[in-house]
Design a protein around this ligand. Structure first.
Ligand code: SAH
Ligand code: SF4
Length: 346
């Protein structure tokens, strides 16, 4: 008989197992805490359970069925894991530590590969393989916690995949991040390439998470060059969807804007972007392009990035430049491809 995997189960589901083993509900609560708050890797580490109960539990269950295939450490402290699920598919997940050590941000994947195929992104080049289940999403954070012994405090859905094309699993994972991991929804950000039906669905959900939109261009022509999805959900319809989302939720959104030299970092682009965003309640996050092998885009100079930032700030919006994290291990935005690199683990 295949063993039950405990990671990803909620309290009621664990209670069912303890009930079948004729143990009290309190045991279920203990197991739940060991999994989500103390992040153990084995049942033997659940030391407040009796040895005989642990043996009974071990006969029917395992903590996890996910393997760490490779782990890389960047000079800036960023960790990148390549995880393997039982069917052999792999995804990457990244842990970023910022100067403020209290914040540990996990950048999680929502799909193996991605169908959206943006021209600047390594994940897109791989095409779509499959959706991740909510348990497979949760396992990414659990693996980080088990391996580092640290507690993740923030989640960004900015790894591989388009979260709004796997929204059922993403929402279920968010609910468990909230309930079991005790990570508040305000500390969870979902980044999308602009899947309008998904944005509409998120607008009607109570959860206080942050929506980030990968806009990347201020007009239809440039956006269509970068993101084929523009031909399905265009920038004007997106504007309407964003306004409705903000009206409905009252929440400020994040606009992600990739900066590519001479393509969308010009003075004209700033003007058009300012106009497009003038009635959108948002913060702007500028992302200097990270080189990926298969195109000839270039990163703008630091001067050009700072000029773009200063001009956008004149519109009264908060503008940040995303720090490049983990570029030396291909862990920066857009560099995740879900394969073992030629040199393997560094
Ligand atoms: N699919 C979602 C979330 C994953 S990508 C989305 O596209 O929003 C997370 C962020 O990394 C997105 O803003 C994406 O556009 C950006 N990104 C992709 N490739 C990049 C690259 N080569 N350099 C910098 N950012 C990149
Ligand atoms: Fe998919 Fe996002 Fe990469 Fe575009 S940027 S291909 S939506 S993962």
């Amino acid at each position: 008989m295949e063993k039950i995997v405990l990671s990803g189960l909620n309290l009621a589901e664990i209670e069912k197992i303890t009930e079948e083993l004729n143990a009290s509900k309190f045991r279920a609560r203990q197991i739940h805490n060991w999994i989500y708050l103390k992040s153990v890797s084995t049942i033997d580490e659940m030391t407040d359970l009796s040895k005989s109960f642990r043996d009974e539990l071990k006969a029917v269950a395992d903590v996890t069925n996910v393997k760490i295939k490779t782990k890389q450490i960047s000079s800036d402290g960023t960790l990148k894991y390549l995880l393997e699920y039982p069917d052999g598919e792999c995804v990457e997940t990244v842990l970023m530590r910022f100067d403020n050590r209290a914040n540990l941000t996990a950048c999680v994947s929502s799909q193996v590969g991605c169908a959206v195929n943006c021209s600047f992104c390594a994940t897109g080049k791989r095409g779509f393989i499959r959706n991740l289940t909510y348990k497979e999403i949760l396992e990414q954070v659990l693996t980080i916690q088990r391996d580092t012994g640290l507690k993740v405090t923030n989640i960004v859905f900015m790894g591989q995949g388009e979260p709004l094309l796997n929204l059922d699993n993403v929402l279920k994972a968010m609910e468990i991040f909230n309930d079991c991991f005790q990570i508040g929804a305000r500390r969870i950000t979902v980044s999308t390439s602009g899947i309008i039906p998904g944005i509409e669905r998120l607008a009607n959900i109570e959860m206080q998470s942050t929506l980030a939109l990968s806009l990347h261009a201020p007009n239809h022509e440039t956006r269509a060059k970068l993101m084929p999805i523009e031909n399905r959900y265009n920038i004007n319809d997106l504007h309407t969807a964003l306004k409705k989302y903000i009206e409905k939720t009252g929440r400020r959104i994040t606009i992600e804007y990739l900066l590519i030299k001479d393509l969308n970092d010009t003075l004209d682009s700033v003007k058009q972007l300012a106009h497009y965003l003038k009635d959108i309640k948002c913060n702007i996050n500028l992302i200097p392009y990270n080189p990926t092998a298969k195109n000839d885009y270039q990163k703008p100079s630091n001067n050009s990035i700072m000029r773009f930032k200063a001009l956008m700030e004149q519109t009264g919006k908060k503008v940040t430049v995303r720090l490049e994290r983990g570029a030396d291990i291909d862990a920066a935005c857009g560099q995740l491809h879900g394969r073992v690199t030629q040199e393997g683990a560094k």
